[in-house]
Design a protein around this ligand. Structure first.
Ligand SMILES: [Zn+2]
Ligand SMILES: [Zn+2]
Length: 415
């Protein structure tokens, strides 16, 4: 029996830290669960008073069976809601609710060969999933193709850029007409070249066409804007999974923050060709797949977000907004579709096994680096520092703080 003083102290703690107060117990049964009449009677007696003490944070109860959960949540405005479903995060996702859902007859028979791996439940989870792809260049366009053919139901596509002729060898679905290839090169006068570049197709529109060709039913939201735009970043909070295929430090910082603050897993994926500045000799070719999950430490504690580069990017952005940058960026890195494909496929597989709950118990959580020239894979286990401001525990960290947490590192006044 919980004493009134004990409960009051916990609620005051929650109020101070802006956390919800949830009383949790368990019942018998396995795949379904509900509150008893006594449970409900005690909620109705006690919760109105608890809400008064909680002043602005929700109070409520959860009751668990091994594979089910029910909830009775009282919101600060006095409304009372039942839990419809819940997610248990970790190495793999587990969806649970008051009863086991039934998928009989709801799966498109075209998915037969996949259903043999994922089961009806897994395929239905993919159909219900919302993914964000940030960056629809080489890697992102492959992800759009893979995920839509796998049967993912909802896409949020984010990229402010239009396609260029030199993107075409890597971007699935891109045509010469999309890139206005003929008009963007000599001997056409510069002003015609500029008009051609400024009317080329947006990368998100090309990706949307790729998805539509694979799936009639998918919903697609296209955002022709920077992910650091606060309105765009907010859309990410509705996702089940984020694919970061645009490699800027600022995008890494933002996605890393959302993963930990809102418990939405992500993967950073890309490929890189490194050459010696003096000799021009190629010194490294590799593809990287870095899972970013709430349980394994973050990009910040693993020195994968560089302060100097963050400042450099903020500076460039200020100049761009002041119109001092007229044309495109000047650094052109090597990029090849088959290198991108290795990373995109691994990232899509990580997502699949996480979402369908099929990830192995022994699955590594390490960052993967594949070197196609040596045909070797190296694994780098992420570290976690518990006092990290991003993934650490406690009121100073972002971990699981949701809307009550720190402001997200998006663009703001003065940038
Ligand atoms: Zn009970
Ligand atoms: Zn961290």
């Amino acid at each position: 029996m919980l004493r009134a003083n004990f409960i009051r102290d916990r609620i005051l703690e929650c109020r101070d830290e802006k956390l919800a107060y949830l009383a949790i117990h368990n019942h018998g049964g396995t795949t379904s669960v509900s509150f008893s009449p006594d449970d409900y009677a005690s909620h109705e007696r006690g919760y109105p008073a608890l809400l008064d003490v909680a002043r602005g944070v929700p109070v409520g109860a959860l009751v668990f069976a091994p594979r089910a959960v029910a909830g009775d949540i009282w919101l600060p405005d006095g409304t009372r809601v039942e839990l419809v479903d819940g997610s248990i995060i970790g190495r793999r996702l587990r969806r649970i609710g008051p009863t086991l859902p039934s998928y009989a007859g709801s799966i498109d028979p075209d998915f037969d060969r996949q259903v043999r791996l994922f089961g009806d439940a897994g395929q239905a989870i993919l159909a219900g999933a919302t993914v964000a792809i940030i960056g629809l260049g080489g890697v992102g366009s492959l992800l759009a193709e893979f995920l839509s053919r796998l049967g993912v139901g909802h896409f949020i596509l984010i990229d402010p850029e239009r396609i260029e002729g030199t993107n075409r060898p890597r971007v699935i679905g891109a045509t010469r007409w999309n890139a206005r290839t003929w008009f963007t090169r000599d001997p056409w006068p510069k002003w015609i070249q500029r008009i051609a570049r400024n009317t080329a197709s947006y990368k998100v529109d090309i990706a949307a066409r790729v998805i539509r060709r694979a799936s009639k039913h998918a919903t697609i939201e296209r955002l022709k804007a920077d992910v650091l735009d606060p309105k765009v970043a907010k859309r990410l909070l509705d996702c089940d999974y984020m694919f970061l295929a645009a490699d800027t430090m600022r995008a890494r910082l933002l996605i890393n923050a959302i993963v930990h603050q809102y418990l939405i897993p992500a993967v950073q994926v890309g490929s890189k060709v490194v050459h010696d500045k003096d000799s021009g000799e190629i010194t490294g070719v590799h593809t990287i797949t870095r899972p970013i999950t709430p349980e394994c430490g973050c990009l910040w504690c693993n020195q994968l977000i560089n302060r100097a580069k963050l400042q450099e990017e903020a500076q460039t952005e200020r100049e761009r907004q002041a119109q001092r940058y007229v044309d495109e960026q000047t650094i052109v890195a090597p990029s090849v579709i088959t290198l991108n494909a290795v990373g995109a496929a691994q990232a899509a597989n990580d997502f699949l096994f996480y979402m369908t709950g099929l990830a192995s118990d022994e699955a590594s959580t390490a960052y993967m680096r594949f070197d196609p020239r040596k045909r070797s894979v190296s694994l780098d286990s992420p570290r976690r520092s518990w006092d990290c401001t991003e993934c650490g525990i406690g009121p100073k960290g972002r971990l699981a703080r949701g809307d009550a947490g720190k402001r997200l590192p998006t663009f703001h006044e003065g940038d």
